[in-house]
Design a protein around this ligand. Structure first.
Ligand code: TRP
Length: 445
């Protein structure tokens, strides 16, 4: 076996990891979840969970990758036998499911790019557009095709692209924020984000949503952080790098919120619009900016890049699994799995139209997949991981891995406490609570 590839530079690693983490979850999902779940309260829950759940799990996952020098399933098998390998398999499954609808949203973005490029305006009516059968599915297929092609060729180019695109995305977010907060009545939107009590309803389900979103946004419990860790040099400081990635990721999400909510309130729109938020509200902001359609075009192109850097990583999770475990060839794996996942995405796309009212336990197909991945599989994966590391394998092995070549893990005691106790207990409590509320919805009590 050849030597395992390593990241060329610390910055390259940081940008690649941040590139996989920053995606639709930050720019699209976080703002709308915040809108639906009481603004400020959701933000606080999210920040707390990033610190005591997200960061510790991320550090653990990255350390496992570097320690075992393997891809997820093999890594867990190496450290905990067949039973532990289930954690890896669950992650692969989650990645595939997420990608199936991620690509549907990616298709909407492509449609918006084409629309702005040709008519200098967004599609006339977002809800009408997504309710159609043919066109959204077509663009979903195009998005998946792009993902497949890049994954097929290899991802080296993407690293170069993200080095330009990620900073550009941040700069554009700043431009949007400036425009958004200078609109009339923008203060209400800022209050919604930063003042307690100004937002709408925050329920127990909101806590579950915040927890799921932390795992989702940081790309945890899916093996991608583990895989990236396996390419990391031994003298790199894992906790410090994780803190940077989590910081950038959170910053992107909060910035998206600050760009969107002042505008939502300024136009008298509802913050609780859900998935439509970024596709309906932002175009209204753009129409207020001089040369707005150019900004809009740029913004959706950058959105597209943020989405693609994540979607290829999601496909990579599944592809590398079949390569390592079933000895599939990369090309075959990419094409077959890409097509299968695209097909699974079709009912998600239809959930915004003809299949809207076809419910599985109270959710339509798109919502059901989201619920299964964010509220069930991701937290469960994180929980099992903590139990294995904290109690079966012992955290000291990973501390040893982290503290090499002069690296000092300052918060090691706090981290061990988190991994052994705080994190798993919190995940269990919130997840069980989430299950009970799902059960109540189903039984109608
Ligand atoms: N974090 C990504 C986002 O916010 C989504 C995601 C979840 C992801 N798990 C992943 C991306 C694994 C790449 C790999 O959009």
């Amino acid at each position: 076996m050849g030597k395992r590839t390593q990241w060329a530079s610390s910055v390259g690693f940081l940008l690649a990891t941040a590139g996989a983490a920053i995606g639709l979850g930050n720019l699209w999902k976080f703002p709308y979840l915040m809108g639906e779940n009481g603004g400020f309260m959701f933000l606080i829950a999210y920040l707390v969970f990033i610190l005591i759940l997200g960061l510790p799990v991320m550090i653990a996952e990255m350390a496992i990758g570097r320690k075992t020098q393997k891809s997820p399933v093999a890594a867990y098998r190496k450290l905990g036998g067949k039973k532990a390998a289930v954690i890896g398999v669950m992650g692969v499954l989650t990645a595939g499911l997420i990608l199936s609808y991620y690509s549907v949203i990616g298709g909407w973005i492509l449609k918006y790019i084409v629309s702005y490029a040709t008519t200098f305006a967004a599609p006339a009516n977002f809800n009408q557009y997504t309710a159609q059968v043919g066109e959204p599915i077509l663009w979903h297929m195009v998005f998946m095709l792009v993902t497949i092609v890049i994954c097929y060729i290899g991802t080296r180019g993407i690293e170069k692209v993200s080095k330009v695109m990620m900073p550009a995305l941040f700069i554009l977010l700043v431009v949007l924020i400036v425009r958004s907060v200078t609109l009339d009545n923008a203060g209400k939107g800022l209050a919604f984000i930063f003042v307690p009590g100004a937002g709408g309803s925050f329920s127990f389900q909101s806590v579950t949503a915040a927890l799921g979103q932390v795992f989702y946004s940081l790309s945890l419990a899916m093996g991608i952080t583990l895989t990236y860790g396996s390419y990391l040099k031994k003298d790199e400081n894992i906790p410090a790098n994780c803190a940077k990635v989590a910081g950038l990721d959170t910053m992107a999400a909060v910035m998206a919120g600050v760009a969107i909510f002042p505008a939502v309130f300024s136009f008298g729109l509802e913050p609780t619009e859900g998935p439509a938020l970024i596709f309906e509200t932002l175009p209204k902001v753009f129409s207020q900016i001089f040369g707005g359609s150019v900004f809009a075009l740029l913004f959706f192109i950058l959105m597209f890049f943020a989405a693609v850097t994540s979607s290829i990583a999601l496909l990579e999770c599944v592809v590398s699994f079949t390569m390592d475990n079933f000895h599939w060839e990369r090309k075959k794996a990419t094409v077959i799995l890409g097509i299968v996942i695209a097909l699974i995405g079709i009912p998600s796309s239809l959930s915004f139209g003809v299949m809207k009212d076809i419910k599985i336990v109270g959710y339509n197909f798109y919502q059901f997949v989201g619920m299964i991945t964010d509220n069930l599989l991701l937290p469960l994966g994180g929980l099992l991981m903590c139990i294995f590391i904290g109690w079966v394998w012992g955290p000291s092995v990973l501390v040893e891995e982290i503290e090499q070549e002069g690296v000092v893990f300052k918060l090691k005691k706090a981290w061990i406490w988190c991994i052994r106790l705080v994190t798993p207990v919190l995940i269990a409590v919130v997840s069980i609570g989430g299950l009970i509320s799902v059960y109540n919805v189903v039984t109608g009590s």
